[in-house]
Design a protein around this ligand. Sequence first.
Ligand code: ADP
Ligand code: MG
Length: 746
Amino acid sequence: MIKLKNVSKFYYSKGVIATGFTKVNLEFKIGEFVAITGESGSGKSTLLNVISGLDSYEEGEMYIDGKETSHYLEKDWEIYRRKNIGNIYQNFNLVNSYTVYQNIDLVLSLNGIPKDERKKKINELLKRVDMYKYRKTKVSKLSGGQKQRIAIARALAKDVPVIIADEPTGSLDKRSAANIIKLLKEISEDKLVIIVTHNYEQVSEYVTRAITMHDGKVLEDKKFKQVEEESIRCESSYKNITLFNKIRLGFRNTFNVVPKFILLFLVYAFIVAALMGEYSFFKKNEYEMDKSGYNEIFKDTDDKRVVLNKKDKTEFSLEEFDNIKKMKNVKSVIKNDVIVDQDMAFTNEDEMLWMMMRASDMEQFDGKVDLGRLPSNPNEVVIAGDKDNYYLSSDAESILDHKFYMMGDNGEKFKDKEIVIVGIKYMDLKLDYIDFKIYLSDELLDKVLFDTHQKYSTITIDFMGENHTSGNESNSFKLETNNWVTPGTAIIPEDFNSRCDKDVCINKNFNVKVENQYYSVNRDFKIEKNYNQKNINKILELNNYIKEDFEENYNGKIYINPLDYNELFNKGTYQMSVYVDDIENLDGVVAELDKMGYRVLKVKDTLVDVGSTEIMKILKLIVTCALIFVLFFISYFIIKIILKSRNTYFSVLRMLGASKNVCRELLIIELLVISNLSYFIFIGLAEINKTSLLNIEFINTVNTYFKLNDYIVLYVVLTLMSLLISIKYAAKLFKNSVMSVYREEV
Ligand code: ADP
Ligand code: MG
């Protein structure tokens, strides 16, 4: 079956050539029980390794079943080993971290044997070598004799025709040794057994042939029994290891050496944390650069904000408002968006405390208050701000349930805009110079809006063909309200008559136009009456309107009814602000609103950049990539050191006939299991961090700036890194023949 013709083996190391054995001519047949003896260094082990296909030979020819093998590639030797050879070593070469059962299961799994069959066979074999009761014991806990029994069981598990044992009893006591030899004889009936021994007496009663080696040569070859040549009976139909079993083994390898697992896990945890940290830092930076900038019109520069008008400049109906609010990805809609761009000043009754606040409407307030209660009537408000703020925490009593007044531009307090702060909410406002946010009821907001409209509108009075515009110093036209004026009409000063035909203005019409950034209205008023200094009190019931007052204030006031006045200034919603739930959805929502026919403006786009340039962004990206690169090499270096402890394991696998590919895949699975574990533990931590159980600042950053696709990108990076590391490592580890790798280890 195996034939060596003038085969020589040399070792080349450090420029020196050593001889393993020279010009060996031998032929082995199935059914033989061969003992090889000889002094140490005579080439016995080298010969066995060549016969086993574990090592290469340099000269001569080796035939397997009559076929020459010089053209064999690594792959062919792997198949040869797997199908034909069962090795037993002096130092056992078992996987110490596996149990007895798992050791034998390993070789059967590598050969694609189904589970039931494996189980049956392992139990059978363990009974045969009398080790059944130890099947769940870790190999590292067994004695030498017991280990060798397992090694024999493992060699037999594959049902191969050739058993090669290199000093199997070398490290055993006499009794165990005798038992092992007996066992070997028992199982060798229809196999070729080649055994190297120092102690010929031990085997003498069993052998069919004895070979003595000396100085790399065969000195003597005695055959006690002639054996008929038989071709290999079991060119067995072994299959390859199944994917499921690879994964199973990969998982087992991940966890079964605990210190190695912990070390690798720590390295991966570090990689994940560093990648997440760096990447989120980058995202945060980019996000803030994108967001930064200032704006003359919009105080609230939230990048998720979109400003909405109607193309025909008309008012939004309630239905439109509701429809927009119901849109997908819209988080909130502020009806009177004028307020979000206003900072309002408030003062308390004795005017000792002034507070600047950014306004918002009560509808935007979600959740509970931290102090006080929610408003229950229109002039009650909730304010929000930092927990560390003096007025919101230590001195909260000085503002809670106290009256405050809205203040005008020139510092006067508006007695009619009285509020009571009833609730305080703690939140991180992230506003540049404003410490408080105030949530106002719709009623209060209408008042504010009314004021704003009056303050910022241009009023043009077209009186008998002459335009008088507000804000003009010499303008003597002013609108005033008075309840005694009939709606739709106006009462004008007598003096104005001179502007009319024949000095009579009564029953004539004039026009008032109000224009501002949101709307413009036009209204005609019919002149009903004139007034002068004498009759003004009578007509308008201005009780205490004394003469001096009249002269001082008299500058052409036109009195109209408050209802008419309201119609000019107390208008509905001409502009709304829509806030999207996520910046990623901004463009989608804008496109949708655009399709609905609105005029849409992203507040983000109106910002004036403050020095962030594309070049800066690219530089940052390069730095991030460089860091990832460095990280990769550091981790590769550390993982390589940790994996060194796995080399023996992989050598054993290859001695058992596992191909390089299978070994590499097992290594890949091992690292992938750990990288996935670290990744998902981090995700778990990130989730817990959202609750109150855990609060790690850097994970908060990750939570804020990471979107699903960032998680996917990182997962891919991490997986690629693991793949690269295992492939790179495997390429190095499996580059050389099994024995040369193995020799480095032992
Ligand atoms: P044995 O098993 O009979 O004691 P070996 O087969 O181990 O002998 O060794 C045979 C010869 O080959 C010895 O001279 C030894 O020095 C040499 N040899 C074995 N392994 C190596 C090696 N890895 N590098 C160099 N020389 C080696
Ligand atoms: Mg030896």
